[in-house]
Structures are given as C-alpha cells and as structure tokens.
Write a protein that binds this ligand. Structure first.
Ligand SMILES: NC(=O)c1ccc[n+]([C@@H]2O[C@H](COP(=O)([O-])OP(=O)(O)OC[C@H]3O[C@@H](n4cnc5c(N)ncnc54)[C@H](OP(=O)(O)O)[C@@H]3O)[C@@H](O)[C@H]2O)c1
Length: 279
C-alpha cells in the first residue's frame, strides 16, 4: 500500500475505504469485506452513526491494531471544548479502540476553535495520533491553520474530476497539510461513470472510469477514500497501483474541472442555515 507521511511524521495509507451512507446494520459487513480485500484505512464519522460497525469489523478481523488506520470526525453538535472532548471519548468507545489515528472537525461552522482545542488536548494525551479538519475551504482553512498550536495534518474536502481543488491544495501545502478527497468518484454525479474522457483514457490502460479517476488523484498526491458496498468494486478501487497516467492524460482530466461543488457550497448562506439546523 502506498503511504503518505503527515506533518507530524505519522504514516498513513494513501487509499482507504469510506463508509458514508453505509447503514449501521450493513457497516460491519462492508468494513469486514474491505479489510479482507486489503484496505487498511477506514474513514467514518460521528455523523454517519456507524462507528460501532467499524469497531466490530476491526475486532473480528483479528488484524493488529497498529496495522490499521482509523479516521473519524467530530460533528458540529459536539463542538465547543467540553462537548468535543466528551465526544472523542464516545468515538473511542464506539470504535472499541484506545486511540484514533486521525480525528477531524467535520465542518467549519459553530465553535470550531473550542472543538479544535479539544482535538489538540486529546492529541497531546495520546488519544489521537493526528488531527485535522474537513470541509475547510481556503478562507476557513487559512484562518484556522494560522491560529492553532497544532497545524492540521489533513483537510478532507470534496475533490474529484469536476471539482479539482487545485488552489485549495496549494494553500494546504503552504501549511504542510495533506489534502484528502471526499467523493473521489463524485458519488457518480454528473454522469461520472460514463464520462467520455475518462472512458477513453481507461481503454488505453484496460482500466475502468473509477480506476482512472482514482489514479489521477493518487498522482496528484491526494489521499482517497472511495466507498462501495460491493466487494468487486472495493477490489477494483484498490487495483490502481499497476499503471501510470501520462502527462497528456493528466492534462486531459485537468480540463474537466468546473471549480464548482456538485453537492453544496459552504459559502452559500442557505447552506450555512441548513447546517445550523443540524447542530
Ligand atoms: N467529510 C465529508 O464531509 C464527507 C462527505 C462525503 C463523503 N465523505 C467520505 O468520503 C467517502 C467517499 O465519498 P462518497 O461515499 O460520498 O462517494 P464516492 O466514493 O465518490 O462514490 C460512491 C458511489 O460510487 C459507487 N461506486 C463505487 N465504486 C464504484 C465502481 N468502481 N464502479 C461503479 N460505481 C462505483 C458506489 O456505489 P455502491 O456503493 O453501490 O457500489 C456509490 O454510489 C465517504 O464514504 C466518506 O467516508 C466525507
């Protein structure tokens, strides 16, 4: 497995398995399959309500804890120092582990500074091996990264061929923060799986659209967490290390960028109001 070294020296697999929209009931089966297929990094969140399923699959797998890399996220209803601190302990309990490898703040709203201080203290206490943020686009990211003691190791943001985040990645690099892509397959939106550019590149290498798009992210130094409930797709999404896209292919994919979210714009006041209703 290819790895990246975070800004605190912690080594993290570059490819992992994400469990957003995997029901609590199905999560244990999916993560068990993912571990059998070879994934060693799992991305969950308090808001996915499936940390317990991840923990159960990890326990049953018999894989040594130090061979696994668990990622979770604090939800905004748990922001503020005291609530975030207590919620980290709850995540540890649900995951059935003494430490979480990477804990992120899920969204850039509400008392994020209080919540981040709780991450910093849990990091110092050894409960978290690395800390970071998610959905912090350049304005929020620069603000936070400039005003905390422990600079985020990772920022997990929407990143795929249609919204490539090249400028966001450049700002992260200034702080030594790694970019991690959510929805690396664009969740299939915008006819992703039948995109003609990706299809024609895939034909050259005998690879699928998904594999081409994931490989493109790897070559951009991005950490990825594709999700699938199907074992054969889990396998396919991991089988991306035996080919290399040419510069011409990379450029053709770069031209697909619309620089717009396929989901929600975190700067849109109506979107911010939506998040406030989820506190
Ligand atoms: N931080 C955040 O705010 C945030 C937001 C969204 C997601 N995430 C994280 O990022 C992870 C990935 O994002 P995502 O789940 O939203 O979307 P995604 O990984 O881009 O796409 C998942 C979709 O693609 C399908 N799929 C997967 N592999 C495929 C393949 N090889 N061929 C055809 N279809 C395939 C899946 O279907 P099947 O499952 O039916 O196979 C599913 O519908 C999440 O699971 C979560 O861990 C984080």
């Amino acid at each position: 497995m290819k790895t990246v070294t975070l800004n605190n020296g912690v080594v993290m697999p570059q490819v992992g398995y994400g469990v957003y929209q995997v029901s609590p009931a199905e999560c244990e089966r999916c993560v068990s399959d993912a571990l059998k297929v070879g994934y060693r990094m799992i991305d969950t969140a308090q808001a996915y309500h499936n940390e317990e399923g991840v923990g159960a699959a990890v326990k049953k797998s018999g894989i040594a804890r130090d061979e696994l890399f668990l990622v979770s996220k604090v939800w905004i209803s748990n922001y503020g120092y005291d609530k975030a601190k207590a919620s980290i302990d709850e995540s540890l309990r649900r995951l059935g582990t003494d430490y979480i490898d990477l804990m992120l703040l899920h969204q850039p709203f509400c008392d994020r500074y209080g919540a981040y201080r709780a991450l910093e203290d849990a990091y110092r206490a050894g409960k978290l091996r690395a800390i970071g943020v998610s959905n912090f686009y350049p304005d929020h990211f620069i603000d936070l990264a400039s005003n905390v003691e422990i600079v985020p190791a990772v920022n997990q943001v929407e990143t795929h061929v249609f919204d490539q985040q090249t400028s966001a990645q450049a700002y992260m690099k200034e702080f030594g923060t790694h970019m991690m892509a959510w929805a690396p397959l664009a969740e299939g939106r915008n006819n992703f799986f039948s995109n003609p550019v990706l299809e024609s590149i895939g034909r050259k290498y005998g690879k699928s659209v998904a594999q081409v798009a994931l490989r493109w992210l790897l070559q951009r130094d991005v950490i990825i967490i594709p999700k699938s409930v199907h074992v054969e797709r889990m396998q396919q999404n991991l089988d991306i290390f035996d080919f290399e896209l040419s510069q011409e292919d990379m450029d053709a994919i770069a031209a697909l960028d619309t620089q717009r979210s396929l989901f929600f714009d975190h700067h849109d006041p109506e979107v911010v109001k939506m998040f406030m209703s989820w506190r």
